[in-house]
Design a protein around this ligand. Structure first.
Ligand SMILES: [Zn+2]
Length: 206
């Protein structure tokens, strides 16, 4: 499993509601957290690893740059939003691209965690930005869709480069054709998350 980059079709494929919070889903969530931490992202959504399920993980850092506990959101819904603020934003599916995006300053979000417990939280500022960005991913919406005119213009050549790199990788056979990816996504939707390998036990090595 790896992070897919724009314009991979999985990023535009709306994710399916999670119906079972079971072992395959928990293993998927664990692997997503690992990948997010490895790439130093604040959040990562199912479609970004070509898993079409309504789940995302995130991890904020405190003001003195200490990692906060990771959080898992399953079937998240924004039920209230307040204010509006512009801020710099990036995305693990667009490495190196940062642009200003206007987002709500505060959102109230309801979801389930990986234990099936209900979450009902009000989040602000950067954390709200991450939550909205990740929920957008679950509906096939990308941060480039939220760019204002100036961001759109300044990102144009970077996007063309992502598209060219993607086509080249596909021509080299490193990425399957779009139709095959769509078929794989539909199959995943039917069968649910695959049972990923268990992570190795954390044994202290001396
Ligand atoms: Zn993103």
């Amino acid at each position: 499993m790896k992070i897919v980059h724009y314009p991979h079709p999985a990023l535009r494929h709306p994710a399916k509601l999670v119906t079972n919070i079971d072992k395959p889903l928990r293993l998927l969530v664990g692997r997503m957290l690992e990948l997010m931490q490895e790439k130093k992202g604040l959040g990562l959504a199912g479609p970004q690893v070509a898993m079409p399920f309504q789940v995302f993980v995130m991890q904020m850092r405190s003001e003195d740059d200490q990692p906060q506990p990771p959080r898992v959101y399953i079937n998240p819904v924004v039920i209230d939003r307040k204010g509006s603020v512009e801020g710099e934003e990036g995305c693990l599916s667009f490495p190196g691209l940062y642009q200003k995006v206007r987002r709500a300053k505060q959102v109230r979000v309801q979801a389930f965690d990986e234990q099936g417990e209900k979450i009902d939280r009000v989040v602000n500022d950067l954390e709200a930005r991450v939550v909205i960005h990740e929920i957008d991913h679950l509906h096939g919406i990308l941060f480039i869709d939220k760019f204002g005119l100036i961001s759109k213009l300044s990102a144009r050549s970077a996007l063309a480069e992502f598209e060219r790199d993607y086509r080249r990788a596909r021509d080299r056979g490193e990425i399957p054709p779009d139709k095959e990816i769509e078929r794989q996504l539909r199959e995943l939707e039917e069968k649910g998350p695959p049972l990923l390998e268990e992570p190795p036990p954390q044994v202290p090595v001396m």
